[in-house]
Design a protein around this ligand. Structure first.
Ligand code: SF4
Ligand code: SF4
Ligand code: SF4
Length: 501
């Protein structure tokens, strides 16, 4: 060992009485942690490579394994915490920017957990969702400011293009390349069966998935990977990605090692070349520029598809959203600072951006104050973890929620936070064929359908408890929410009263 040694974060406990030396754990671990010592006929492990993905634990036939957080600790210090010291060691060793994946893990407040939902008691009785119809459908897109009439005096029912969802949830952008073919397929099939949408992210659309076009949001990011006329025309909607919650203010980077085979063909870039998306769209430096891109995309798709503009939740998000609404966009997607990613610089992920709950409340209020709330729909993401989060988001003003990490968890992700390594043992964030085949897209799609079907039931139950029978009646209904343990400033921004008021 040397000055560069950092004690492993996790320890592998192998119960020798249970272990039958079947070597399954060795075959399951792409990080080559486990090995078999032929001389002594025992299993060994190199814990320095373990990322705690739990794959070996899940597949050990005798439950002989468990992974525990090490208790080998540095001397405790409130200021210089273990992680901070170890990051300094890593940077002193490598001289490089630290990379991480998934969302911000720091202990900033999770406002969803400080908001409580109302329930009807004596007056305005609750509704039993098993006996009464409950409407969870939502339509995303511009709505008319007021009802109009056609020339012959009939009610004018024509609407700008809308996205119809069976429930207020969509799978958010995850690119082919950052996630595997099988993960993409599972999302596409599930979106199709659930009558919702999934999102290509910035990696283009594999030709096998064009058949799921009506359930696909095609993304146009600053790198424009895989963007062409057929791609734009295939999707149900087009999303211009200006920012992402996990890494506001910077671009994207998919390493050349992941640009192989179909990924390179789909992205329309040479095999092995790094896919670098610039921080800005180089043709957008103002709302007027954004408007030009919005209308170019509408023109290219004959004004038949809604255009979404996705931004990260940052300090002046309300003003930004107001500008986007005026750019002609049909939908604004806002990604909070806990949003996941396949890879982001750790410092950016952990320190830049704001919570989605505050961003959403501020944006919805600003658009209402300016009388333009109906001109756009709001979709929010950045750690939507349950049906309760969805209900709270809708009551705060969202039309629908983007879900990504939750969807990956349904596919088997164990949040080991090492997607950037390309060695995802669960076959999700990898392009290695022997790992990709571990994820059965049919089973994956069924698990996604199960998850969202369960959420839909829970959404109905929560709405029923409030005496509300439609998402439309819940949207922006902040009277249904109360804060707990929040300051008056936080309550003011969220636009809700404190519990007990
Ligand atoms: S999978 Fe379990 S039983 Fe098999 S070698 Fe590993 S620890 Fe032992
Ligand atoms: S990286 Fe995953 S599969 Fe490998 S030893 Fe650690 S928990 Fe097990
Ligand atoms: S997708 Fe795979 S690599 Fe990424 S956090 Fe989940 S299990 Fe780990």
């Amino acid at each position: 060992m040397s000055i560069e040694f950092i004690y492993p974060e996790f320890e592998i406990i192998r119960n020798e009485n249970r272990c039958i030396a079947c070597r399954i754990c060795e075959r399951q671990c792409a990080n080559e942690v486990h090995s078999y010592d032929k001389e002594y006929k025992i299993m060994q492990c190199d814990e320095t490579k373990c990322v705690n993905c739990q794959r070996c634990v899940s597949f050990c036939p005798t439950r002989a394994l468990k992974i525990v957080k090490t208790d080998c600790t540095l001397r405790e210090n409130t200021n210089w915490q273990n992680d901070i010291v170890k990051e300094i060691y890593k940077q002193a060793n490598s001289g490089g920017v630290l990379l991480s994946s998934m969302g911000n893990p720091k202990s900033f407040p999770v406002y969803w957990d400080k908001i409580l939902i109302n329930a009807s008691q004596v007056t305005n009785p609750p509704i039993d969702p098993l006996r009464e119809p409950m409407e969870t459908r939502v339509y995303l897109g511009k709505k008319p400011q007021k009802a109009g009439r056609t020339e012959d005096g009939k009610l004018d029912c024509t609407l700008p293009p809308q996205l119809k969802l069976s429930m207020p949830v969509l799978f958010s952008a995850m690119s082919y390349g950052s996630i595997s073919y099988n993960a993409h397929k599972a999302l596409a099939v599930a979106a199709n069966k659930l009558n919702i949408l999934y999102n290509t992210g910035e990696g283009g659309l594999h030709e096998d998935f064009y058949c799921y076009g009506k359930n696909t949001i095609v993304q146009v990011a600053s790198g424009r990977f895989g963007v062409h006329e057929k791609y734009l025309k295939t999707g149900a909607a087009i999303e211009i990605k200006m920012g992402q919650g996990a890494k506001p203010g910077i671009g994207g980077h998919l390493p050349g090692t992941k640009i192989v085979g179909d990924v390179s063909r789909t992205r329309m870039i040479p095999t092995g070349s790094d896919a670098i998306s610039p921080a800005p769209h180089h043709d957008i430096y103002s709302i007027e520029d954004l408007r030009q891109l919005v209308f170019s995309l509408k023109e290219a798709t004959e004004y038949k598809k809604p255009v979404i503009v996705k931004v990260a939740a940052v300090h002046n998000i309300a003003a930004i959203a107001s500008g986007i609404a005026r750019s002609g966009a049909d939908i604004i997607a806002i990604d909070g600072f806990r949003g996941g990613t396949g890879a982001a610089p750790t410092r950016i992920r952990d320190n830049v951006g704001i919570p989605i709950e505050l961003a959403l409340a501020a944006v919805d209020q600003r658009l209402r104050d300016e009388g333009i709330r109906n001109t756009v729909s709001l979709v929010v993401g950045g750690s939507i973890r349950s049906a309760a989060d969805v209900v709270k988001a809708v009551a705060l003003g969202a039309d629908a929620c983007y879900v990504a990490t939750g969807a990956l968890l349904a596919l088997g992700c164990h949040l080991c936070r090492s997607c950037q390594s390309g060695k995802c043992n669960w076959g999700i964030a990898t392009q290695r064929p022997e790992l990709v085949e571990r994820l059965d897209p049919e089973i994956g799609s069924k698990r996604l359908i199960n998850l969202l079907s369960a959420w839909k039931h829970e959404i109905k139950e929560l709405m029923g408890g409030m005496g509300i029978n439609s998402i439309e009646a819940l949207r922006g209904n902040r009277l249904m929410l109360r804060g707990i343990g929040l300051t008056s400033k936080e309550l003011e921004i969220l636009g809700i009263s404190h519990a007990g008021e």
